[in-house]
Write a protein that binds this ligand. Structure first.
Ligand SMILES: Cc1cc2nc3c(=O)[nH]c(=O)nc-3n(C[C@H](O)[C@H](O)[C@H](O)COP(=O)(O)O)c2cc1C
Length: 414
């Protein structure tokens, strides 16, 4: 079609897409990394202009393009970043291709059951919203919008210590029990207060994140921040004081001299938390069989295999590749969940077949949130639920309980 005949609205949408596209970021002076580091996917070049409503989305990656267009550069950088060369971020995606699905035929799959039970509570889907801080940086309704979407669809949500909405308000918006994620500070008094408040708000499970006791090198975030000309100082000041300023979980706590980092943290923390709360205790950020066994030995109630979405250390190792050794070490004594890089129903299927009880997503729902608020999060969950049901039907699996390792081939094994 001659250029002159392209509708002006189409041209405007295309220009908006280019302006928001990671492709432009590539050619700009602020970027010298791999294009896939931004997208977390190798296929973004094939995508079209940003969608303008959640229902236009064909897959969850469509929300990334829309989020990139809507967010200020620095906020998108925070959302998208990995660490160092973003190699672990990419590995998380590439890891799934090392496991292939072995479908079984001629099974009556007219109905499939995706419900999952976690610590006595039944959820409609094994897809969980991972804890993510600062969600009002992505949408004015932040965690509340995510909670409304997850609650209406009966998905579990894990609320971050660094949430920009209070645990009480998010609990009310969700309507069901939330899990609370804890970043232990270096001050026990502050840690204890966070735990007590989450328990009082009705959270049945405490998720202790152990993969970030020290700082991290988020280069992609810093490159995007350089491209952002807005003054950020009113919101972001250095140290915990700056961090907690918009974080309601810290309201009323004296954080003078306290650090969010806790480099002295050891396994003793599990016993101390056990003595502080009756909540179940799940450890997030485990990647090895050795640490999985230590979790069991110290009395943890569950594990989340996670590398923080490639945002902690640059291990270069996908969590889907860590999962089998953790599941084997634990031998069914406690539930194992997993996150990092999940973007497709087939990814979820593979992890569940390898022995995970549930999986968490981070960036996909944050893309949905950034692009459209509550309805964006809801559509992301709807797409992933639908994709999971579809692959279950293709593979002849009528319920998650029937999913086992016979449904996946680990191509790394001889
Ligand atoms: C913007 C952002 C903020 C995050 N904040 C937290 C947090 O406060 N606590 C935590 O335990 N994990 C946090 N995470 C990690 C997620 O819980 C989860 O492990 C990760 O996002 C999963 O990888 P995915 O984004 O590829 O799905 C954050 C991740 C992102 C992308």
């Amino acid at each position: 079609m001659p250029t002159s005949r392209i509708r002006a609205s189409d041209r405007r949408r295309f220009l908006r897409f280019l302006a928001g596209s990671s492709l432009l970021a590539l050619s700009g002076p602020a970027w010298n990394g791999d294009r896939r580091a931004i997208a977390g996917s190798a296929t973004d070049i094939a995508r079209g202009p940003a969608i303008t409503s959640p229902n236009e989305a064909i897959n969850v990656f469509d929300f990334e393009t829309a989020a990139r267009e809507k967010l200020p550069a620095a906020h998108f950088g925070y959302l998208t970043t990995g660490v160092d060369d973003d190699a672990t971020l990419r590995a998380n995606r590439e890891g799934f291709s090392k496991f292939q699905i072995r479908p079984r035929r001629l099974v009556d799959v007219a109905t499939v059951d995706t419900t999952v039970e976690l610590f006595g509570q039944t959820w409609k889907s094994p897809i969980v919203l991972a804890p993510a801080g600062s969600q009002k940086a992505f949408h004015p309704d932040g965690e509340i919008a995510a909670a409304r979407a997850a609650g209406a669809m009966r998905h579990l949500q894990i609320l971050s210590t660094g949430a920009t909405s209070s645990v009480e308000a998010v609990r009310a918006a969700h309507g069901g029990p939330l899990w609370f994620q804890l970043y232990p500070t270096d001050a026990w008094r502050v840690t204890q207060a966070l735990v007590k408040r989450a328990e009082a708000a009705g959270c049945p499970v405490l998720v202790l994140t152990v993969d970030l006791p020290v700082g991290r090198n988020t280069e992609t975030e810093r490159r995007f921040a350089r491209a952002d000309t807005r003054p950020c100082a009113s919101c972001h000041q250095p140290g915990l004081a700056g961090f907690v300023r918009r974080k309601p979980m810290f309201d009323g706590l004296d954080v003078t001299g306290v650090s969010i980092l806790a480099p002295r943290l050891t396994w003793d923390i599990i016993g101390r938390l056990r003595d502080t709360t009756r909540m179940k205790l799940v450890v997030k950020g485990i990647e090895t069989r050795e640490d999985a066994l230590l979790c069991v030995r110290h009395g943890a109630d569950g594990i989340i295999v996670s590398n923080h979405g490639g945002r902690a250390e640059e291990s270069g190792r996908a969590t889907i590749e860590c999962l089998p050794e953790v599941v084997d070490a634990v031998q069914g004594r406690i539930p194992v969940l997993v996150d990092s890089g999940f973007r497709r129903g087939t990814d979820v299927f593979k992890a569940l077949a390898l022995g995970a009880k549930a999986i968490c997503i981070g960036r996909p729902y944050l893309w949905g949130l950034a692009a459209f608020g509550q309805s964006g999060v809801a559509r992301v969950l709807e797409i992933l639920d639908w994709e999971l049901e579809l692959i279950m039907r293709h593979a002849g699996v009528t319920s998650l309980a029937k999913l086992d390792r016979s449904f996946v081939l680990d191509t790394r094994r001889p």
